[in-house]
Design a protein around this ligand. Sequence first.
Ligand code: GLU
Length: 550
Amino acid sequence: MTDCKKIADLIFKDVEKTAGYYENKYPPRGLKEGARVTRFAPSPTGYLHFGGLYAAFASKLTAQSTGGVFMLRIEDTDKKREIDDGVSAIIKGLSAFGVTADEGVTGSDSETGSYGPYVQSRRRDIYRAFARKLMEEGKAYPCFCTPQELEEIRAQQENEDIKGYYGRYARCRCLSDSEIEEKIKNCEPFTVRLRSTGDINRKITFDDMIKGKIEMSENVNDVVILKTDGIPTYHFAHAVDDHLMRTTHVIRGDEWIASVPLHLELFRALGFKPVKYAHIAPIMKEENGGKRKLSKRKDPEANVSYYTEKGYPEESVKEYMLTILNSNFEDWRRANKTADISAFPFNLKKMSLSGALFDMVKLNDVSKNVISLMTAQKVYSLLSEWAKEYDRELYSLLSQNPEKAQAILNIDRDNPKPRKDIACWSEIRDYVSYFYGELYSPDYSLPENINRADAYEILSKYKNIYKAEDTKEEWFAKIKELCSDCGFTPNVKEYKQNPGSFKGHVGDVSTVIRVAVTSRTNTPDLYYIMRILGDEALRRIERAAESYKG
Ligand code: GLU
């Protein structure tokens, strides 16, 4: 008969505190009935993937909409795969889009909340206390198999349906106390394994909050819970952390579904109430008529920093994520045009089973709409913040004359049908370029239906009547007058009825002026553009006229 207590004492000599101590230290949260406690638990092994931001946002919305708590926990038990600045990249990516946690890690060396530490590498003692408890109860045992021995086992299992360390393959499951003591005395490296009580012929069922009822075979593997360095595996850390942090809902990628039987077994063995699971399918992208996963390797937009660099506002990205998170969001938005998204009743059950489809065109449309509803002051402040980091030249032009910049950004904005033509801040350099000599290079090309001689005539006459201080009505009256003077008609309808009698209509005359002033055929309201440019507008008209001469 094995003396489990004796073996546990031998193996966990370093463990001072008991599992009971930690249970008391992290009591149930006492939140109101129905409040959900969720977490985002990334590993700092690479940049923050859009799918990560998406899952974190789903977790945050779940907590927020129920008066619960959303935590950020860093799962850094795999030191080999960790990258420098992995934690700050995660925090930066989340906070750029407002997916900030109520509790947990706040910086590479800081955290907030009373259920921490929230970095797994700082929780070693906690895991060891619970592994010790399992071992004392005979639910875990040390395994001394070497990598070569494990390789042998794998080779023997080629024809087995179930692979892994179980049944007759679990060589260390039945070591005697004296064998264990001997091996430990000889300093043989060992892992700690769960002594599984699962039966392959028995099924477990669980209710996934997204995917519904799922039935799977029980786990039978004696999985490793502590590695040879005493660090826990993901599975064990998940059970211990989510229990002690009093997580109620684990929202994570569906690559973990296969591990649920093991996780439920761990919760049971540890005496914990199981969490509820919600497994998210990966975000998909359309390609060549088919669908594939949004890929870290192939798609620059898989990296959250793509959106920061391009300058998509937080509101746009959140609004877009909600359109793919919950199928009823767009209807809600139509009915609640100006409501804050925190008022949306987010529901895990309305998430896609097969994987939300990522669509850049849709993101741009959503963002154009969001930006069109912002005041010029807000656009100016968000744009400046972005340009300060990503476009210094633009930043200095904007900040040299904030009134001018805001006047530019206000064109066609302050009205019931604002222009929807800016999707992200990096588009603004081009959008405002003709307002700044430093960014502007004139191009007097005309549309095919307007000839240079007519353009010359229009501009030469216009320069004599244009006055920077004219009201919009006066300005437009002068353009109409100019039409008649140059053989064009101020009346588009008239032109359409009788095209042979005119060189063109008022639209063509405005185009000539627009090209002269901005080098474009399509711009926001030309009157306001010219007002902002002031005398420069007149100089440009003169220069353009000159270029069409002769
Ligand atoms: N660290 C795990 C991962 O990045 C977390 C999975 C989970 O949310 O439990 O996949």
